[in-house]
Design a protein around this ligand. Sequence first.
Ligand code: 2HG
Ligand code: ZN
Length: 476
Amino acid sequence: MSLIKDGKYSPVDSGVIGELTEIMGSENVSFDPDKIRVYSRDEVGGQFWESDYLAEVVVFPRNTEQVSALMRLASRKVIAVTPRGAGTGLSGGAVPAFGGIVVSFEKMNRILECDPVNLTATVEPGVITAEICRAAMPYGLQYAGDPCSGDASFIGGNVAENAGGNKVIKYGATGANVLGLEVVLPSGEVTWFGGKRRKDVTGLDLVHLVAGSEGILCLITKVIVKLVPLPSCIVDLLVPFSTMEEAISFVPKILTESRIVPASIECMNKNSLKIVSRYIGSSLPFEEAGAHLIIQLEGNDPDSLADDYERLGQACLSSGALEVFVADNRNSRDRLWKARKSVAEAVMAFYTRYAKEDVVVPTSEVPELMREVDRICEHYGLEGVNYGHVGDGNIHVNLLMEEDRPDWKSVIESARMELYSVTARLGGTLSGEHGIGLKRKKYMTIFLDEAQIGLIRRIKKAFDPLGILNPGKIVD
Ligand code: 2HG
Ligand code: ZN
């Protein structure tokens, strides 16, 4: 089923299949129902929409020319086209809301170049993000924009969503680490935005308009990312506090008092720790603490890094930390990050009824946001698994329903609405890194006024006058 309305989009008939086969070869065109089902979903649970949105065909282009030919065909016939990365998205951005063609970039997965002089890597969109780091390592470099899903997600999807992750406080989100994009416009035209340059005010900054545009403007076929020096020493501090309030109140002091810019400042509340230890079968120390911070420091000189973490550790203890654990070897660091990165999966493994949110507030407002989340949970009888990128003010608020109640939908929806209105009141926003997609579209007006929404619609129209590219996402 799809949202095909008023016969706006043409169906993928046998003539279209024939042309697609000619463009990319029959082995790269699939209408096998099982494949279609898999490639019509991302990580958003089916509870968020009534319909089972399905593509009519899935294609696997191997190069830019094939993507361009595909878009010329889709424009000529007015067929909906939905681009897709690895399917790790959390907003339904890759779900084909109007059927049509799903374009999987998994076969455009080459690292074309690592350039240690310009400090860039040029890659195809289907490269798994962590592979870029592996390719840069022999040059003593890294790609620092990798999100929590970096071991599975594709760089093209990361750019489309302007994915964040746990190093944003030091290196910025994906967009901040992208210098250039080769794109295919809905008309089929191929062009480059940006390039291997650190400065560029020639025309508009279209690179950063496309980063985070969720595939509604153009298809990304090559990405030039920034590389930065790979630090030789990394240390993670795991710092339990009695309360979430104490933990998050300490965060600004890391920068102001200790004068350190960590690579990560993450938090996990007590419920996050509990659910993750149940999921991975091992626990972190001080599981009963109200909240844990994970603070990652990096450097090249072990002694000066030790000075930094000792100073920071002292500051933690003076601000009420129960203990400071230092993970300075691969094993202990991996154990820590496995726990942190598994919270999302743990939620999805144990619960089917939940609101999985990605709100952002100014960091000064995080304590108030957390108080309000506790109030909302209590009011609606929900469990709050709250964790994430506290250094960025970006908290993954998960409002979970323990038992399946008949009124689950309306309860979760009301709790969500309250969360959004609190977030808006605190000067925050709807999504920091997971995107709007299909899932959050109807809440846009809480955060953006008509002037901005109108502008987004007109920008979309300028790129895609027929409305064929990823229709139904962000705005109607
Ligand atoms: C993370 O920070 C990811 O772990 C996923 O952004 C968060 O699924 C989530 O809520
Ligand atoms: Zn996150």
